[in-house]
Design a protein around this ligand. Structure first.
Ligand SMILES: [Zn+2]
Length: 373
């Protein structure tokens, strides 16, 4: 009965949301970035190891402090000053608040498949350049009446050209070292294209995140997509190279990207006070100082992710400390619900997370079913 009630209430809510000022959403990921750093900052067992950090003295100065609260503030100041006041941070396992991927492979393609399709496909198990058979929430929205042709994706990793390229895909994708599209490029786009063309030869799989960010931002200013996905990749790259120093710097830069993008959103009439930021990662990594650089089926800690959300109608819960679990497969339908939509596809779609829905203002009604203490 409770289930039925939830469904009925959801339908009412959905129809209410479909107005002309339908909300915008920016989905943003940084690949393979651990919850441990998000919530407790730099790890001394890795930070002080010269195998992983070239100049331990400087990095101690940059990212070390005696408490987790100070360390995370140093690493990600926007998250831990602004977002913690205005939004929600999920996934601190020290409180039993778990965010997890469902797929057993714990690598990128299956992780992103899960996030965007709401479906754990056992046959999606490799990071191969092979088009995804499963439709994504981006496909769905780009064909919906409200969000038609208002969706775009920019990613550093070129395999997204396949992950997001289902048979139903109509979303414009700019992945890897792909140049800016269109006839009237801005000066910034022209310069970015030039940098790409002259620097891609030795780094062809993952574009520099700063270039992805720049092209995405230019597109946002020009085209005002209502649904935007930006996928950053260098946190995972530097981790695989065993470079904890560069991994931390990249996380710090990611935090700056978020701050810059949000300040643009809030200064732009189209987006202001009607935009949600939904931020997560595709997999965790090893949870020991000896395994942090790696991830996958055999590496303990690799299913452990996190998510952060803030913006229009997201309640300011701060760091969520409830003993609860949210799964990445729930993200796609949750995102659809935030936009007043119901995602359906040729594959099954895991229902939205009642926990996340109940943490938004518009879905207050859910508080009766699922309580956040
Ligand atoms: Zn990786």
């Amino acid at each position: 009965m409770k289930k039925l009630l939830t469904i009925l209430l959801f339908v009412t809510e959905s129809s209410f949301c479909q107005s002309s000022d339908s909300p915008n959403i920016f989905i943003i990921t940084t690949d393979g970035f651990r919850w441990q750093e998000v919530f407790t900052g730099a790890d001394s067992a890795i930070l002080f190891n010269p195998d992983y950090v070239k100049d331990t003295a400087t990095f101690r100065y940059m990212y070390w402090a005696s408490t987790a609260a100070e360390r995370r503030q140093k690493l990600m100041p926007f998250l831990w000053s602004f977002v913690v006041q205005k939004g929600q941070l999920w996934g601190n396992r020290n409180y039993g608040n778990d965010v997890s991927v469902v797929n057993p492979y714990k690598i990128s393609y299956p992780g992103y498949n899960e996030i965007f399709t709401g479906y754990n496909d056992w046959f999606v198990s490799l990071n191969r350049p092979k088009s995804n058979p499963n439709s994504t929430i981006l496909d769905y929205l780009n064909n919906s009446s409200v969000y038609k042709n208002k969706v775009a994706a920019f990613t550093s990793w070129k395999i997204f050209n396949y992950i997001l390229n289902s048979p139903n895909n109509t979303v414009p994708l700019n992945c890897g070292y792909q140049q800016a599209d269109g006839d009237s490029l801005t000066g910034t786009e022209t310069v970015t294209d030039y940098i790409e063309a002259t620097s891609s030869y030795n780094k062809e799989h993952t574009r520099r995140d700063i270039l992805t960010f720049t092209l995405a931002t230019e597109y946002v200013k020009k085209k005002h997509p209502k649904v935007l996905y930006i996928g950053f990749g260098e946190t995972d790259e530097f981790a695989h190279h065993g470079r904890y120093d560069l991994y931390l710097n990249q996380a710090n830069l990611f935090d700056k990207f978020l701050a810059e993008l949000w300040s643009f959103v809030q200064s732009d009439k189209f987006y202001k006070n009607n935009t949600i930021f939904f931020i997560t990662t595709d997999h965790g990594r090893g949870n020991k100082s000896s395994t942090w650089a790696s991830h996958g089926f055999w590496v303990k800690g690799s299913k452990e992710i996190w998510m952060v959300q803030f913006g229009s109608n997201i309640k300011p819960l701060g760091e969520v400390k409830e003993n609860e679990t949210v799964y990445a497969t729930q993200f796609a339908q949750t995102i659809a619900s935030y936009l007043g939509q119901k995602f359906s596809a040729e594959h099954s779609v895991v229902p939205a997370s009642g926990l996340l829905l109940s943490s938004t203002g518009k879905q207050k009604i859910y508080d009766k079913q699922v309580t956040i203490k």
